[in-house]
Design a binder for this molecule. Structure first.
Ligand code: IPM
Ligand code: MN
Length: 308
């Protein structure tokens, strides 16, 4: 696909393969290559045989996000009548706070946020909401969590000071999960912290066609961005050639759009993916197309596209 799109690219070991090869999920050479690139297209991580082991593929993903400073994770969930965009904070909160085991045997993870971390993700979400003429809903757990009180204060302040034209409301994460399920068409831009965004983006993907379809862009203030599907490595169907490549291809469209500045080509690829999904659905969508069939259908649709 990258060849067809004329994107110069190279491949590097990461995650499970990198652990099996050299014992570490994010080898120095891979990180160096990522820093040199205009964008990084990342295959889903996870390897069942390494689950719960001291060194895991997921640690490589978290390290890469942190190293690149890609704090803004955009997860679009689009379907008939639904057009929501989850803006998930990606380099703070529970994922990166203090964690460990105390002498008394208690294990702990800590949710930590600074004002600056909240401010920059809030600005990103407001900018996006403004550019699409939309609204922002900030999701927190202010009735329980200390960090949510800071979250809500900072988001409210930034909105009032610099984005008074962008309508803002606040929601609690538990009831908002229900809103995603029951009234997804009422939602526009969702601004939320790392863990809530992880969970809500799976829910949003589920109501808009399933995890196989969802792509994401992780952006910092400078290139390169990281582009990856929302789904995991789906070990239960590995090697059968039936995985839906749409999440990966939509991530590729996001790479064209945000990483390479090729907006029209991104539009063309997204249209081609939609056309191919309608023509050759994979088993997760009730069809019989293989991964290759769907890829070929996307390529055929791209060839017919006037802009490429
Ligand atoms: C995601 C994934 C990752 C996360 C895992 C693989 C570390 O679930 O991108 O949503 O929790 O962020
Ligand atoms: Mn997730």
């Amino acid at each position: 696909m990258l060849d067809a799109l004329g994107v110069e690219h190279s491949e590097h070991l990461f995650g499970g393969n990198a652990i099996l090869d050299g014992g570490t999920p994010l080898p120095d050479a891979t990180l160096a290559a990522c820093r040199e690139a205009d964008g990084i297209l990342l295959g889903a991580v996870g390897l069942p045989e390494l689950e719960g082991k001291p060194v895991r593929p997921e640690q490589g993903l978290l390290a890469l996000r942190k190293e690149l400073g890609v704090y803004a994770n955009l997860r679009p969930a689009v379907a008939e009548g639904i057009d929501m965009l989850i803006v998930r904070e990606l380099t703070g909160g529970l994922y990166f706070g203090a964690k460990g085991t105390r002498a008394d045997g208690t294990w702990f993870d800590t949710c930590e946020y600074t004002r600056a971390e909240i401010e920059r993700i809030a600005r990103r979400a407001f900018e996006i909401a403004r550019s699409r003429g939309g609204r922002a809903t900030s999701v927190d757990k202010v009735n329980v969590l200390h960090t949510s009180r800071l979250w809500r204060d900072v988001v409210t302040e930034i909105g009032a000071a610099d984005y008074p034209d962008v309508p803002l409301d606040h929601a609690l994460v538990d009831s908002f999960a229900m809103t995603i399920v029951h009234q997804p068409e009422t939602i526009d831009v969702v601004l939320t912290e790392n863990t809530f965004g992880d969970i809500l983006s799976d829910v949003a993907a589920a109501v808009t066609g399933g995890l196989g379809l969802a792509g994401s862009a992780s952006l910092g203030d400078e290139a390169p961005g990281l582009f990856e599907p929302v789904h995991g490595s789906a070990p239960q169907i590995a090697g059968q050639g039936i995985a839906n490549p749409a999440g990966m291809l939509r991530s590729t469209a996001l790479l064209l759009r945000h990483g390479l500045g090729r907006t029209e080509d991104a539009d063309a690829l997204e249209r081609s993916i939609d056309a191919a999904l309608a023509e050759s659905p994979t088993p997760d969508l009730g069809g019989t197309a293989t991964t290759r069939d769907l890829g070929d259908a996307v390529l055929r649709a791209l060839e017919r596209s006037p802009t490429l």
